[in-house]
Write a protein that binds this ligand. Structure first.
Ligand code: K1U
Ligand code: ZN
Length: 190
């Protein structure tokens, strides 16, 4: 007789962390494809690893292309320090947005330590599928609205720097390139 034993939460293997791609990796500029029913097994395995990678970074959102998977999957949790509110969205699309805009400082795990103010609709309604393929909708304002738009942009190869003036974008990208070069040199010396 075989007995299936539940693994206690404390000893359950953690989902593997995934390396996060950094600008100018060309994968970050590609369009991710829609998830089909045939992809769901892969997607259900990917989502826990995306959450683990996002929390470890730490971040409040992550899109599958940032971990090299060109599938339309994002995860968000804009209150990771308080009560966790993890949300995984498959094939998300903005189906309504307010005319009212707000400016908020954004960061990106693919542009480490770079921040800039970005203007976006202050409210959005997003249609998506959950990890079981069921259709869902979420309405968001505040940081969640910003984060959802930022992550959906990643699925279309768009980065927050694309909303900046060419001057601000170049300053930020040059600063990033210098910081990454310095970091590589420091690692080489060790
Ligand atoms: O997509 C990403 O690269 C994640 C990004 C999401 C995001 C941040 C801010 C505005 C819009 C979207 C990040 O999570 S950057 C890190 C960050 O903002 C953060 C990290 C820890 C605690 C709080 C915020
Ligand atoms: Zn980002």
């Amino acid at each position: 007789m075989s007995v299936t034993q539940a693994i206690p939460e404390t000893t359950a293997p953690a989902a593997p962390l995934l390396p996060i791609l950094v600008v100018p990796d060309p994968v970050l500029r590609k369009h991710a494809r829609a998830v089909t029913p045939a992809d769901y097994d892969e997607v259900r395995a990917l989502i826990p690893s995306m959450f683990a990678t996002m929390y470890a970074a730490p971040g409040i959102g992550l899109a599958a292309p940032q971990v090299g998977r060109l599938l339309r999957v994002i995860v968000v949790d804009v209150a990771p320090d308080k009560v966790p509110a993890p949300l995984a969205l498959v094939n998300p699309e903005v189906i309504a947005a307010s005319e009212d805009k707000c400016s908020r400082e954004e960061g990106c795990l693919s542009l480490p330590d770079q921040y800039a103010e970005v203007v976006r609709p202050s409210w959005v309604k997003v249609r998506y599928q959950d990890e079981n393929g069921a259709k869902q909708e979420v309405e968001a304002d505040g940081l969640l609205a910003t984060c959802l738009q930022h992550e959906i942009d990643h699925l279309n190869g768009v980065q927050f720097v694309d909303y900046l003036s060419p001057l601000k974008r170049n300053i930020l990208l040059r600063k990033l390139a210098k910081e990454l070069k310095d970091q590589k040199e420091r690692r080489g010396r060790k």
